[in-house]
Ligand binder design. Sequence first.
Ligand SMILES: NC(=O)C1=CN([C@@H]2O[C@H](COP(=O)(O)OP(=O)(O)OC[C@H]3O[C@@H](n4cnc5c(N)ncnc54)[C@H](OP(=O)(O)O)[C@@H]3O)[C@@H](O)[C@H]2O)C=CC1
Ligand SMILES: O=C(CO)COP(=O)(O)O
Length: 350
Amino acid sequence: MQIQKEKIAVIGAGSWGTALSLVLADNDHEVRLWGHNRDQISEINATHMNKKYLPEIILPETIVGYDSLEEVLKEVNTIILAVPTKAIREVIKKMIPFLENPLTIVHVSKGIEPDTLMRISEMIEDEMPESLLQDVVVLSGPSHAEEVSLRQPTTVTVSSKSMEAAERVQDLFINQHFRVYTNPDIIGVEVGGALKNIIALAAGITDGLGYGDNAKAALITRGLAEIARLGTKMGASPLTFSGLTGIGDLIVTSTSVHSRNWRAGNLLGKGQNLDEVLENMGMVVEGVRTTKAAYQLAEKYGVKMPITTALYNVLFNHAKPKDEVDLLMTRVKTHEMEDLANVLVEKGLE
Ligand SMILES: NC(=O)C1=CN([C@@H]2O[C@H](COP(=O)(O)OP(=O)(O)OC[C@H]3O[C@@H](n4cnc5c(N)ncnc54)[C@H](OP(=O)(O)O)[C@@H]3O)[C@@H](O)[C@H]2O)C=CC1
Ligand SMILES: O=C(CO)COP(=O)(O)O
């Protein structure tokens, strides 16, 4: 099939925005990579390298860096929004004066906004005037920028309220190294992508405490159970959590040394406090804010999320990681499949 070549603006010149620019450039799109740091953009244009975020990678010369939002958005119909969740509203507000026609926003961030409890597509719809927003699409899945930029085999999922929009974005990105699936369940895709960062932080903590693979497998499995329990209450399909944006992303971020959330958790488990950890990371650790949001969501929906609660206590209530593990292990005994059984009964499937 002939791919339609497009002018695409990638907003955010961190690791993920840069790696996705490379995928799009490999597919012969005209890629404009915007970053707010003028020196970094000059360096990208002069050296074809993003030395801060992907120091090993030479970028194709067809990726052009921009530090002006006005310039980068000219005649563009598709934007890839690749900034941390907490910067999304600010960046959209800055873009709006330069938008002329309705466009498609593909967001690739993984988070939920504390207090408003909005998913990212909801934040985008909240900020964008209806007349300027054609579609919102999310791209998510087990995909570290470090491996994508080396063109190592990677699979992701795109989702949108409009299947046509999701399929168009699938066509923009798909190639022999980067396989893109579609899934109509945008709630499940966004919730899975955001909440896996909580479990990745927890898995890093248990590794930092010196616990082994048994503990990690327990966290991934029981973590998935609580993500699915909340996600289905929010309207997601339970099946999505067994897919790439559920168990797939949980595996990759809980086990990979590339994961910033795992690395941050590991430092916490080794005894550093949260402020020290975040200062040492120098890159976004989305799971911290998302833990707060998920804790609030669990209260709102009346859902039990013991791992999230334990992590919340470590991050925000000065609890000791080991004490929280001990508490998790000595909870009242329960049936492993109790939650799933409840979900199936609620949905009339059992
Ligand atoms: N890295 C990965 O492998 C993956 C990341 N993601 C998700 O993608 C999103 C972005 O992550 P990632 O690229 O890794 O993060 P990084 O920390 O690597 O980069 C973040 C980028 O956003 C910029 N930025 C931060 N705040 C603002 C702001 N207010 N205005 C404009 N630009 C800003 C940063 O600029 P500066 O350098 O000046 O701080 C930097 O260029 C996250 O939600 C993450 O979960 C999803 C899948 C894979
Ligand atoms: O979402 C990711 C991989 O799928 C990236 O995870 P980290 O933010 O933990 O590095």
